[in-house]
Ligand binder design. Structure first.
Ligand code: SF4
Length: 123
């Protein structure tokens, strides 16, 4: 079982036919990281699904989020994150298990604890 978690709301992109912008707003609204860490710390389960539409809308905030998550020792997966070596490495250190790469939805990026990124094709 995983617990669901929101670190931000909204999406500033407008991909067809996605309705996330309509449902959650077309403005990216990241939560204050101290609140995010406080809430994550209070969750006993160390397995999470971060349900944010896209964490890759503010790279600075995204990297800081992963840095703050490293000491929490959670295992998590999420929607797309930046296809960037530094971001992927921080995500791996923060416990990322699986994320779909935004640059290619036909590939899965697997960020293991070793910080190694592997890709595999989807059917
Ligand atoms: S980036 Fe993702 S959530 Fe945002 S509009 Fe595109 S598909 Fe939807």
């Amino acid at each position: 079982m995983v617990d669901l978690f929101h670190a931000s709301r909204g999406c500033r992109f407008d991909c067809y036919p996605c309705c996330s912008g309509y449902l959650g707003g077309r403005e990216f609204r990241p939560r204050p990281l101290e609140k995010v860490v406080e809430e994550l710390t209070a969750i006993d389960n160390n397995r999470l699904y971060i349900v944010d539409n896209s964490l890759s809308q503010d790279r600075g905030w995204e990297k800081q989020l992963f840095i703050e998550m490293i000491p929490l020792k959670k295992k998590w997966c999420c929607h797309p994150i930046d296809d960037d070596d530094e971001v992927l490495d921080l995500a791996a250190q923060a416990g990322a298990c699986l994320s779909i790469r935004p640059s290619s939805i036909s590939r899965i990026s697997f960020a293991a604890e070793s910080s190694v990124t592997m890709t595999t094709g989807l059917a």
